[in-house]
Design a protein around this ligand. Structure first.
Ligand code: KG4
Ligand code: ZN
Length: 330
C-alpha cells in the first residue's frame, strides 16, 4: 500500500510517500525555523500562514521525488493532533481535499504516535533487527515528554509523562537564557561537546515514571545569573541532568513493563549525548535499543504515513468531518 503522509502540526511543512508502512520513497520537509527565530519560538499565526503557502508545492515535490502520481496514492494520512490548531487545520483540510477528489481513504494520525513510528522507517539506525511491538518508547520533543508502552501497532499506553516542561522545551528555554540561537536543543548539544558537565544540577524525583524539568531550568538560570562566564560547562551540565533522568526512567519503565526493547523518538532523540548514554545503558541492562536517523526524529511526514498505514490495516478510515485535536495526547 502506498500512503501519502502530511504533517503541519508545528513549524515544519512536510509531505512523504511511504510504501507498506516502512519504506520511505520520499520525505520532503520545509522548515520555517528562520521565520520564527527572531521571536525565540514558534508564532502560531505565522506558522499556519506559511503552511498554506507551502503545502501544495511540498506535496508535489514528494510525489515527484517518489516518481509517482497522485492517482497512485492509496490513502492520505495526516497529523490531526496534538499541535497548533491553525497549523494542523492546513494539513488536515489539504488531505481532506485530496481524499474527496481522488476518492481514497483519509486517515487522521496522532502526531506523538507518529514520532514513535519513525522507528519503523527503513533508513533508521538501530543496533540489530527490525523493530516490532511490544516495546517501550521514550518520546522527547519540543512539546512532549512521554514514556509509552507500545503493546501492538495500534495500542499506545502512557506510563510516564512530564509534570511541567517538555524536555525539548527545557533545552530551548535554557538556551535562550544562555543567549544561544533558536532552536536551542541543537546549540546546547553542539557547545556541550567542548565542555565538562562539572556542575551538579538537581535531578527531580517525581513519583512513578513521570518527569519534571522546571526546577532544573530554574536552577540553571539562577546559576547562570551568578556565574555568567562559563556557558559551555553550564550547557553540558544541564544536558547531562536531562539525559540522566530520561535514561533512568526509560530503563526502569521498560523493565517494569517486562519489555526488552526501547525506541527513542522526537526531536530531542537527535541529541548526541542522549543517544550515546542510552546505548551504554541499554547494553548494560541487556535491552535492545532503536533510534531513528535524526531526519526522522524531528517532525516529518514519513512517520505520519507509517502510523496511518498501521491504523488502516485494522481500523476504518476517517470521515471528511474529521476535526483537529490540538490538545490531544495519545
Ligand atoms: O519533535 P520535534 O521536531 O517537534 C515537536 O513535535 O515538538 O522536536 C523539536 C525539539 C526542539 O525543542 C529542539 O530544540 C529539540 O527538539 N532538539 C534537540 C536536538 N535537536 C532538536 N534537543 C537536544 N539536542 C538536539 N540535538
Ligand atoms: Zn513533533
Amino acid at each position: 500500500m502506498i500512503v501519502l503522509g502530511i504533517e503541519t502540526s508545528c513549524d515544519e511543512t512536510s509531505a512523504a510517500v511511504v510504501k507498506n508502512g516502512r519504506q520511505v520513497l520520499s520525505n520532503i520537509i520545509a522548515s520555517q525555523v528562520d521565520l520564527h527565530a527572531p521571536f525565540g519560538g514558534v508564532v502560531p499565526e505565522i506558522a499556519a500562514r506559511r503552511h498554506i503557502e507551502c503545502i501544495g508545492f511540498i506535496v508535489d515535490e514528494a510525489l515527484k521525488k517518489a516518481n509517482l502520481s497522485l492517482s497512485q496514492m492509496e490513502a492520505y494520512a495526516v497529523a490531526n493532533g496534538p499541535g497548533l490548531a491553525g497549523a494542523l487545520l492546513v494539513g488536515l483540510n489539504y488531505a481532506k481535499g485530496l481524499s474527496f477528489v481522488n476518492k481514497k481513504p483519509l486517515i487522521g494520525v496522532n502526531h506523538i504516535q507518529g514520532h514513535v513510528c519513525a522507528n519503523f522507517l527503513s533508513e533508521k539506525e538501530h543496533e540489530e533487527g527490525e523493530l516490532k511491538p511490544p516495546f517501550l518508547s521514550l518520546v522527547v520533543s519540543g512539546g512532549h515528554t512521554l514514556l509509552l508502552a507500545v503493546d501492538d501497532y495500534n495500542t499506545y499506553r502512557v506510563v510516564g509523562a512530564t509534570r511541567d516542561d517538555a524536555a525539548g522545551e527545557a533545552f530551548d528555554k535554557v538556551a535562550r537564557v544562555l543567549g544561544l540561537p533558536y532552536p536551542g536543543g541543537p546549540e546546547i548539544d553542539k557547545i556541550a561537546k567542548t565542555a565538562s558537565p562539572s556542575i551538579d544540577f538537581p535531578r527531580a524525583r517525581v513519583d512513578g515514571f513521570d518527569f519534571s524539568f522546571s526546577g532544573l531550568k530554574t536552577a540553571v538560570v539562577q546559576y547562570f545569573q551568578k556565574n555568567p562566564d562559563n556557558i559551555p560547562d553550564i550547557a553540558a551540565s544541564f544536558q547531562k541532568a536531562v539525559v540522566d533522568v530520561l535514561i533512568e526512567r526509560a530503563v526502569a519503565a521498560c523493565v517494569s513493563e517486562g519489555y526488552n526493547k526501547i525506541a527513542l523518538a522526537g526531536g530531542v532523540a537527535c541529541n548526541s549525548a542522549l543517544r550515546r548514554a542510552m546505548q551504554d545503558a541499554c547494553k548494560e541492562k541487556e535491552l535492545q535499543l532503536f533510534m531513528p536517523a535524526p531526519v526522522f526524529c524531528t517532525d516529518n511526514a514519513a512517520m505520519i504515513a507509517c502510523r496511518g498505514y498501521y491504523r488502516l490495516l485494522t481500523e476504518n478510515a476517517d470521515d471528511l468531518d474529521l476535526n483537529a485535536f490540538p490538545g490531544r495526547m495519545v
